[in-house]
Design a binder for this molecule. Structure first.
Ligand SMILES: Nc1ncnc2c1ncn2[C@@H]1O[C@H](COP(=O)(O)OP(=O)(O)OP(=O)(O)O)[C@@H](O)[C@H]1O
Ligand SMILES: [Mg+2]
Length: 228
């Protein structure tokens, strides 16, 4: 039986500006994302991919329409409830990593666990070790982002996104800076998470995503086209 993770009903996002023209980044976008599946989101630069992930992660608000996560309408949640849900259930890998420059890899990865009351503090160190091993960077635990390569930063960001074992993973070009071997490894990992029951949504420009995703969604000028 399939279980709905995220439902978007005619969601629109319009970036408004006093001085400049409004930008319609998403236009009446409707779609149902299920648990146990990996979705590849493709589309040209500026198509609305990051906007879509920002709406799902509740970082940004929709201009019109409705988003339900685990059957709860997001507009009914208070800011603190959104933050809690995001921390507990949603893992985000940002296009520009968003690592804290003043924290080393350990501190960046452990941060979501410090906020999460469900994580036993005695397990934190072991969890971080597991995660940093999973992305192949155990020797970079004490390094700061400025001391890491682009691909290494990306992998630390992936480890951090998985810190609280989220049910939903949103990845914005998670392999944009990786070589082919690491890219394949990350896609396999994301696919495995979907097979384990998570809902995984991956924005990618790489054609390799077509091999690993259950469904490819194309976004063109804020509108949806589903391939398979
Ligand atoms: N804060 C903002 N204010 C105004 N316009 C914005 C804002 N953020 C994004 N946009 C515009 O919304 C549209 C969609 O942007 P978005 O970042 O979602 O694209 P994308 O598909 O992720 O592109 P890329 O592949 O380059 O990352 C673009 O036209 C962009 O210029
Ligand atoms: Mg983007």
């Amino acid at each position: 039986m399939t279980k709905v993770a995220i439902e978007l009903r005619e969601c629109s996002k319009i970036y408004k500006s006093k001085k400049l023209d409004d930008v319609v980044a998403l236009n009446k976008f409707s779609y149902i994302f299920e648990y146990g599946k990996i979705y590849g989101i493709m589309g040209k630069s500026g198509a609305g991919k990051t906007t879509l992930l920002n709406l799902i992660s509740m970082i940004d608000d929709i201009s019109d329409g409705k988003i339900l996560i685990d059957n709860i309408s997001v507009d009914k949640l208070k800011i603190s409830e959104k933050a809690l849900k995001r921390n507990n259930d949603i893992g985000m890998i940002f296009q520009n990593y968003m690592l804290n420059e003043y924290m080393n890899s350990y501190e960046n990865i452990v941060l979501p666990m410090l906020i999460n009351k469900n994580v036993d503090r005695r397990n934190r160190k072991e969890n971080v070790t597991k995660l940093i091993n999973m992305v192949g960077l155990p020797d970079k635990l004490k390094r700061y982002p400025s001391e890491l390569s682009g691909g290494e930063k990306q992998r630390i960001a992936i480890a951090r996104a998985l810190a609280n074992d989220p049910k939903i993973i949103l990845a914005d070009e998670p392999t944009g800076n990786l070589d082919e071997e690491n890219e394949t490894y990350i896609f396999k990992l994301l696919r495995k998470f979907a097979e384990d029951g998570k809902c995984v949504i991956v924005v990618s420009h790489s054609n390799i995503i077509k091999k690993y995703a259950d469904i490819i969604i194309n976004i063109r000028k804020g509108e949806l086209y589903v391939n398979k």
